[in-house]
Design a protein around this ligand. Structure first.
Ligand code: 5GP
Length: 189
């Protein structure tokens, strides 16, 4: 998506260890107009697929996910990263965080993820696919189904995209980063 690619080139920063910082328009300060444009593009790419619910992981996935869900006119549920003491019917999965280099538990109440529900997973980044694998685990535990996965930014030099596509999942990414070598951002055309 052209507008996103231009914004990454203009405002994205490359950090040591292959991390792309986009905190001025996605991850800390957010640009709602760009976020809505991105949501429209993602909704369009999954047009024609029956979707009951959008699913994401807090915190950075929530903004794009809620906009996509609004456009698709379906609810959105986010996996939490801390297990609340009041949660009933907890489904849990362990996820390794690429940016924080440690594992954490994601959880959801089975009240909000039902058997047979067709879910679209939306997140800000796809790197090694650990968050996506955790969501596949949670939906599997609930007997729900992932019918597609949409990301704002995919890091094409990490293994998540090929891992998910090899499982036959429809994966859509609005910008694919080819490389962050030498702290230079290269985006696929
Ligand atoms: P994965 O689970 O696919 O390995 O990594 C995806 C998650 O890690 C995303 O939800 C995102 O929060 C975070 N992440 C991975 N790589 C980057 C990156 O280069 N920049 C930022 N800002 N977040 C990243």
């Amino acid at each position: 998506m052209k507008a996103l690619k231009q914004r990454i080139m203009q405002d994205g920063k490359c950090l040591e260890g292959g991390i792309l910082k986009v905190d001025s328009f996605i991850n800390h300060q957010m640009d709602p107009a760009l976020m809505m444009e991105m949501a429209k593009e993602l909704a369009e790419r999954f047009n024609g697929i029956a979707i009951d619910k959008v699913i994401t992981v807090e915190a950075s996935g929530i903004a794009p996910a809620i906009m996509v869900a609004y456009l698709l006119n379906v609810p959105v549920v986010f996996a939490k990263k801390k297990v609340p003491s009041t949660m009933e019917g907890i489904l849990k999965s362990e996820v390794f965080s690429f940016t924080k280099s440690r594992s954490y538990t994601i959880c959801l109440s089975d009240k909000f993820l039902r058997k047979g529900e067709r879910c679209l997973f939306i997140d800000d980044f796809l790197a090694n696919g650990n968050a996506a694998a955790g969501i596949l685990d949670l939906t599997g535990q609930a007997g729900a189904e992932i019918v597609g996965m949409g990301f704002l930014i995919e890091k094409g030099f990490q293994k998540g995209g090929s891992m998910l596509r090899s499982k036959g999942i429809k994966v859509e990414s609005l910008a694919i980063i080819e490389s962050l070598d030498n702290c230079e951002i290269r985006i696929k055309d």
